[in-house]
Write a protein of this length. Structure first.
Length: 248
């Protein structure tokens, strides 16, 4: 069995290869989209672009028949109208699907969420839900930020069939979920420490030119409470982090 140090070195090499592949993919994203199926209320034409009429050039006539399951990957407004993007890379008006609500469907992400700003004001806005993790631990807080700040509303301990579990396992679970895991800090990234006891995760809210960064976290300096640290680094030190998970 590989030691943690050996496994980390191997993981770094894999992460570099993963990042290279991800950057060449369309849109720079890695992994399959999460799909939620909703039945069509009527026969629906698929549109190539959001907001187009049913007979727009390139439309797919009767792509989804009444009662058929429409595989939705995300939702987005075009003016006042909500549209659903499908796993077939077409668009349909949300009002013609049975989603159980007149607005955004719970757990379905925004197709074009606003990116995190270059430097976010730290604040303890944690809702204290667990998302399948231990209450008020670093993992629950990080999961909240992924769900709320990054717009991945269905994120939880078993997301994309992976068991994220203890913080030190998050980098491995993220790779299994098809995400980019590397050593490049970005605002909105989740920093992972997998050398300190059961590990630690934190939300990156500012990055400096020297590569250091600020984090928001739970249960580090404040037991079961909120805290911030400034100018932490990617290193093997137990007070630093070894990886960054890119959910966006």
């Amino acid at each position: 069995m590989l030691t943690k140090t050996a496994r980390r070195a191997t993981s770094l090499a894999i992460a570099a290869a993963t990042l290279t592949g991800a950057l060449t993919a369309a849109g720079g994203t890695a992994g399959a989209d999460q799909v939620t199926n909703f039945p069509a209320k009527v026969d629906l034409n698929g549109r190539l672009n959001i907001g187009e009429p049913a007979d727009a050039p390139g439309h797919i006539e009767n792509q989804y028949l009444q009662g058929a399951q429409v595989p939705v990957v995300c939702q987005q407004f075009a003016g006042a109208d909500l549209w659903d993007k499908t796993a077939d890379n077409t668009w349909v008006p949300d009002k013609y699907l049975t989603t159980g609500t007149d607005g955004r469907a719970p757990g379905v992400p925004d197709c074009n969420p606003a990116p995190p700003s270059a430097g976010e004001e730290p604040r303890d806005d944690f809702n204290h839900q667990t998302y399948g993790f231990a209450k008020d631990q670093c993992t629950a807080f990080a999961a909240f930020r992924v769900a709320d700040r990054l717009g991945i509303g269905d994120f939880a301990n078993d997301w994309r069939g992976q068991h994220f579990g203890d913080a030190g396992n998050w980098d491995d679970a993220a790779r299994g979920a098809g995400l980019v895991v590397d050593t490049q800090p970005v605002v909105g990234g989740i920093a992972v420490n997998d050398v300190h006891k059961v590990g630690h995760v934190a939300y990156i809210n500012k990055v400096y030119d020297d590569g250091s960064f600020d984090v928001e976290e739970y249960n580090w300096n404040t037991p079961l409470g909120y805290g911030t640290r400034s100018h932490v680094n990617i290193s093997d030190a137990q007070a630093d982090f070894q990886y960054v998970i890119h959910f966006k």
